[in-house]
Design a protein around this ligand. Structure first.
Ligand code: NI
Length: 267
């Protein structure tokens, strides 16, 4: 089975075609999708959708672009209460983005830390968005002492990857792994331990080769799997199994729900 560990299957992104897309995925070989919230509204929607689609898990959190939500709503409290739902498997996506100057950098840091602390209290992992901000991202995580999470749509280099891996966290590759221009990313894919890898689409963004330019969908996660399996010379079926185990190990709450199968609790 294929797993998309990060997609935004939400009204804001898919509009009137959302239901059609959800139905298509439910009939495909993509058996699990983490539906990722990025502000209060999308987080609530992601949680609501899990009641209707078995293949969906939800994550809740405020993205660095949406930090203004913290000012207008009582976000920390709202995120906490949403996260009590058992199909919420992580706090995210949260993090720092210095590439686009959308939210004040000081606010980004403050609320990133606050949200990591929510995750820590609940014992769920974090899904990290980090762009042009590796040092601060890593330092804030270090301050909380909570190295339980995944760098989503990883796009840093070998040095950063090693730091993340040494700390015990995971790396998730998106469709960027299939881009010709991303040689550096392929180097990271060569060295990442297999028990620390996840794949994602970040739909509707970042469609992989050969679908570049189209709206992305979890159905295209297979191209990320294929590219990685070629880079590492592993059979696709083997890789699927490894990624499934990784997913359940990181997103601990998912184990009660996946096809009624039992997994050994991570020690
Ligand atoms: Ni995303």
């Amino acid at each position: 089975m294929l797993i998309d560990s990060h997609a935004h299957l939400l009204k804001e992104e898919f509009g009137e075609e959302l239901e059609k897309e959800l139905k298509k995925i439910s009939e495909s070989s993509v058996k699990i999708v983490n539906n990722i919230g990025y502000n209060l509204k999308s987080s609530e929607e992601a949680v609501r959708l899990t009641a209707r689609y078995e293949f969906l898990f939800a994550t809740v959190g405020i993205h660095p672009y949406d930090i203004k939500d913290f000012v207008s709503n009582n976000a920390v409290e709202n995120i906490c209460s949403l996260a009590k739902n058992k199909r919420v498997v992580a706090i995210g996506e949260i993090g720092l983005d210095y590439f686009r100057d959308i939210s004040d950098f000081g606010d980004q840091k403050k609320y990133f830390k606050d949200q990591i602390l929510i995750a820590k209290e609940l014992g769920v992992p974090i899904i990290i968005h980090s762009r042009d901000a590796f040092k601060d991202t890593f330092n804030i995580i270090k301050e909380t002492g909570y190295f339980n999470g995944v760098f989503h749509s990883f796009d840093y280099g070998i040095e950063e990857a090693k730091k993340i891996l040494d700390s015990g966290m995971f790396i998730s590759f998106s469709g960027m792994l299939t881009f010709k221009s991303k040689e550096k990313l392929k180097e990271v894919a060569k060295i990442v331990p297999l028990d620390r890898v996840l794949f994602e689409t970040d739909s509707p963004y970042l469609a992989p080769v050969p679908k570049r330019g189209k709206r992305n969908t979890p159905l295209y996660v297979e191209y990320v799997y294929k590219t990685f399996s070629e880079i590492r010379g592993i059979k696709l079926e083997e890789l699927e199994k490894i990624v499934e185990e990784n997913f359940v190990r990181l997103f601990n709450r998912s184990k009660n729900f996946i096809n009624g199968r039992h997994y050994v609790q991570d020690s």
